[in-house]
Design a binder for this molecule. Structure first.
Ligand SMILES: O=C(O)CCCC[C@@H]1SC[C@@H]2NC(=O)N[C@@H]21
Length: 244
């Protein structure tokens, strides 16, 4: 495996993005890993807070052969599935994926994924797949919705081994990406989907919170929500937040 381990860095995603923009001929699945990420980036510009040396923070470069931008949500689905399955391989059951790609255990967020793409025309040329997984952190004061593998299982884990398993599983899932269809991946994603067919609370970007039943996810990544006395509505990634 090609892994660059840094003692400290602001964000493994930012580091790998810069590297990918400045150097040609980087190997596929090149990984940047640090136990001490000081300014991690989360989805929608949020910060990714992590306790140094206790958690996993790394980014993997994927070089596409030919991959249409409109299929980008497939990358999120496959990565979330890989993280969920790797956790299951560690004999930890009941992993869930909260739309679009938060990793949950017992309704608490233990992991997040941030994929940043280099786009050319209508294709994605390169993807930087950033993964943050709370592993051995036990203090989540002020973060009631967050947890870690150790906090939930009462066991300590080897962070590097988990990362290597995730990379191995990513390689398996991504190797034939060009041929992979949404329809074959979706049933697996749906199996992990948190709150599927259950009443959930949502916070729209504008307006009041509302409740509805999650009925699925479209290839575009849009969430299908059945709202009482209304038709099933679809919501884009940035339009609503699933509360619980
Ligand atoms: O908001 C989320 O849920 C996504 C969090 C992604 C965090 C990871 S940690 C490794 C990589 N580097 C970053 O700066 N962010 C991602």
């Amino acid at each position: 495996m090609n892994i660059i381990k840094l003692d400290t860095v602001d964000s493994t995603n930012n580091y790998l993005k810069k590297l990918a923009n400045s150097e040609e001929n980087l190997p596929n699945f090149l990984t940047v890993w640090t136990p001490n990420q000081t300014n991690g980036v989360g989805q929608y510009g949020a910060k990714w807070l992590t306790e140094s040396y206790k958690n996993l923070t790394f980014s993997v470069l994927f070089l596409h052969k030919k991959f249409q931008l409109e299929r980008y949500f497939l990358l999120n689905m496959l990565t979330a599935i890989v993280v969920a399955q790797t956790i299951e391989e560690m004999q930890i059951p009941s992993v869930k994926i909260k739309w679009p790609n938060d990793i949950l255990l017992e309704k608490h967020k233990i992991g997040g994924i941030l994929i940043e793409n280099v786009i050319r025309g209508t294709n994605i040329e390169k993807s930087v797949i950033g993964i943050g997984l709370n592993v051995n952190q036990t203090d989540f004061s002020g973060l009631p919705k967050a947890s870690s593998l150790q906090k939930i299982t009462q066991k300590e884990f080897d962070i590097e081994l988990i990362m290597k398993s995730i990379i191995r599983n990513l390689r398996k899932e991504f190797i034939n990406l060009e041929q992979v269809q949404f329809a074959e991946v979706y049933p697996v994603y749906e199996k992990y989907l948190f709150q599927l067919n259950k009443i959930s609370a949502f916070r729209p970007k504008e307006g009041k919170d509302f409740s509805g039943i999650i009925r699925g996810v479209l290839p575009s990544g849009e969430l299908l929500v059945e709202i009482e006395n209304e038709e099933i509505k679809q919501f884009a990634l940035k339009e609503i937040q699933l509360l619980y």
